[in-house]
Design a protein around this ligand. Structure first.
Ligand code: SF4
Length: 343
């Protein structure tokens, strides 16, 4: 059963008391797929899967630094559905619904039934026209919402339209579907994600190693075997993955499934999400600890989307200081070494 309401949450045994949750549901959509519901341990009050998907009255607490559009999508949107923040790439947000609704979502004010909706035919025409008119656009990133909620037929149509634009070389999808609704990733879907002359990347969003179920692993294998390159996307979340053991298992899990770790996002200043935020100091310590613990192949880049739409910054602790040809380099255990070496 798809869980969409507080009543559904009670029926599924995921909450025993829905007091206050109607007020949360009125602001932010609820969505839990059967695959995710099956992963939740209702007897564990601190279950890291439940924490990501089961609404909490903590979401009614908004802090002064939080904002409805934390990464500044709207200030960089020349036409509906397009975000053009960097010269060589655009976001194409064709749809603003998702199979699940993550409680920490940075676009929580835009997604869901009361969100920005799906692009109409004329809006999609205008968005594709914008991409065609801007020869500097090398990469189109389909995000949303979750683009894989679209049918293979609709995805194929979009890919065919992008295939007709010579300067677009890369099409990237950002999605939760391989993990939260793996059965959607069938052979027809995999084929629909590809287009002649374009390279397809797909960023798999997962935040805890338990999300790599057998079904999710099989979905990722179908994508890789079908010719789609996979990269990862995770959010550093208090109470979900803010310890080195969990992060290491998550990143190794990606690599074992042929997903190259890409971004570990510092959580954005989305409304009602302060209970998920960790300090940047803690995030830096965690990614430094990862460096000494797991293969270079499994290292993500720790990034912050600068509020206001200024783009991403790598915020991992710098391992090098100094200048004028004389540096001090820090190893993963904190030892400092001059570079060039002296003597
Ligand atoms: S799937 Fe992505 S866009 Fe949808 S609610 Fe989760 S984080 Fe937000």
């Amino acid at each position: 059963m798809l869980i969409r309401t507080t009543q559904h949450l009670i029926e599924a045994g995921l909450v025993s008391d829905a007091t206050g949750l109607e007020a949360v549901a009125a602001k932010y959509a609820i969505g839990i797929t059967p695959a995710i519901a099956a992963l939740i341990d209702p007897s564990d009050a601190d279950d890291p899967i439940a924490r990501q998907f089961v609404p909490s009255t903590l979401e009614l607490v908004t802090t002064p630094d939080e904002r409805a559009d934390p990464i500044g999508d709207l200030t960089h949107s020349p036409v509906e559905g397009i975000v053009h923040r960097y010269p060589d790439r655009v976001l194409l947000k064709a749809v603003h619904v998702c199979p699940v609704y993550c409680r920490f979502c940075f676009r929580r004010e835009m997604v869901g039934p009361q969100g920005l909706g799906t692009l109409t035919g004329p809006e999609l025409d205008a968005a594709v026209g914008y991409i065609a008119d801007h020869a500097e656009i090398w990469e189109v990133i389909l995000t949303g919402g979750d683009p894989l909620v679209l049918s293979p037929r609709r995805l194929r149509e979009i890919m065919l339209r992008l295939a007709g634009i010579g300067h677009v070389k890369i099409v990237r999808f950002h999605t939760r579907v391989p993990v939260v609704e793996p059965e959607r990733v069938d052979a027809e879907m995999v084929e629909a994600l590809k287009a002649s002359g374009k390279t397809t990347y797909l960023a798999v969003h997962a935040n805890h190693p338990r999300e790599f179920t057998e079904a999710a692993r099989a979905a990722m294998a179908r994508l890789v075997d079908g010719g789609v390159a996979l990269i990862s996307q995770s959010v550093l979340l208090a109470g979900v993955n803010d310890d080195v053991e969990t992060l290491a298992a998550l990143m190794k899990g990606f690599v074992e499934n042929r997903v190259k770790p890409y971004y570990l996002h510092h959580p954005d200043l989305a409304p009602g999400t302060s209970h998920f935020r960790v300090s940047i100091d803690k995030g830096q310590a965690l990614v430094t600890a990862l460096r000494g613990r797991i293969s270079g192949l499994a290292q993500p880049t720790y990034v912050l989307d600068i509020p206001g739409g200024y783009g991403k910054a790598d915020i991992g602790a710098s391992a090098i200081a100094g200048g004028d040809g004389c540096f001090t380099v820090r190893d993963w255990q904190g030892g400092e070494h001059p570079y060039p070496p002296q003597g």
